[in-house]
Design a protein around this ligand. Sequence first.
Ligand SMILES: NC(=O)c1ccc[n+]([C@@H]2O[C@H](COP(=O)([O-])OP(=O)(O)OC[C@H]3O[C@@H](n4cnc5c(N)ncnc54)[C@H](O)[C@@H]3O)[C@@H](O)[C@H]2O)c1
Length: 434
Amino acid sequence: MVNQAPQGKLGVLIPGLGAVSTTFIAGVNSIMHGQTAPIGSLTQMGTIRLGKRTENRSPKIKEFAQLADLKDLVFGAWDIFEDNAFQAASKAQVLTPQDLELARSALEKVKPMKAVFDQDFVKNLDGPHKKSAENKLVLAEMLMDDIKAFKKANRTSREVMVWCASTEIYIEASDVHSTLEKFEAGLLNNDSRIAPSMIYAYAALKSGVPFFNGAPNLTVDTPAIIELAEQTGLPIAGKDFKTGQTLIKTILAPGLKSRMLGVEGWFSTNILGNRDGEVLDDPSSFKTKEVSKKGALDFIFQPEVYPELYQDLYHKVRINYYPPRGDAKEGWDNIDIFGWMGYKMQIKVDFLCRDSILAAPIVLDLVLFADLALRHNKKGIQEWLSFYFKSPMVAPELYPEHDIFIQLTKLKNTLRWMMGEDLITHLGNEYYAD
Ligand SMILES: NC(=O)c1ccc[n+]([C@@H]2O[C@H](COP(=O)([O-])OP(=O)(O)OC[C@H]3O[C@@H](n4cnc5c(N)ncnc54)[C@H](O)[C@@H]3O)[C@@H](O)[C@H]2O)c1
């Protein structure tokens, strides 16, 4: 099971050169030059306990799992705007001009390729830097040519693709997404239910490249693309980076549940003013985000198992576009809880967060874990990476695991299992006499 260390360069292919992806690239550069620590990145800072507690073996995850070194990452991207990553990052205004200046040469190297874009799927956005072709299959082939050219130019030994482009409108899986055969026919017939993100995913998997989805779009969460991933033996994962409010929700909710405290209401509202916020101002894109954000509490609280505590939970999520805040989002939560003898209490959370600062380390970890999964021949849905997603993909017969602490245990045990180490159950009987 244990695989060799990575050899050669790892290509990181990113649809969407916006706030998240440019912050990610600038941060990797700054870490490599020793200007900052990789804060927020489990792969870089996290350790993993091996064996008994008395053994004192806790290597860094990146060393234990033989993850690719940051110096071996090479970046490629697509966007509907021609701006290179430096220009895009300057417009996104996440990082200070001083931090951007330090990363200027690394960012300027990343010039986006022409995007596959359809405004029917992102209503509040349009740009000039787009491919055009007679049908969606030809568009996919054009993306495959881009990937081939990128590999050649950068002499990469393997590549991964992470979707960091705008949130597409809400669609449900339908007949055209039900089998690979129907999906391929749909590409040829320009089926209107095939979104641009699906065309990228198809092109990636056809090119031997894993595809991970950082937005809430359906994208790879369809039987057709899962079939393609199985057939090509490649990893896929999604959906929607777990940052900000949902991160806090999946930290707090398991704690309340662990003490059997009831919850009757959870009202969440956000204001944000970046381009993502502008895209989400369109109700059809917001719906995709809303569905992704709302699932977590139901799965954590299990109202069907604990009806007295959670069956009446009223959960509301709002996102409001408010330009003055830019990328510095504010997320408020009002949580109405009840305890012993039904007495009511309230919790208020006001998270003054920075969206892309929270998302960038997730992109890094997912890139490195996608590559690890690729080198370990792990094909199909990578449920062990649920830790990173608001709406984790799982096998059709399973419910998704949202509890962040269970997700972390699952992730670490998967790494132990991949590297041939004993799993840790936290039983601990062996330390005490009978
Ligand atoms: N920042 C977070 O905390 C966070 C969390 C979860 C999910 N996300 C998701 O990550 C994505 C990126 O967020 P962001 O803040 O960087 O947004 P952004 O608007 O700054 O960047 C998105 C970029 O994608 C480009 N784009 C849109 N459609 C495209 C296409 N079809 N092909 C190529 N490029 C395309 C846009 O032109 C834009 O430059 C969004 O979907 C967002 O919902 C972000």
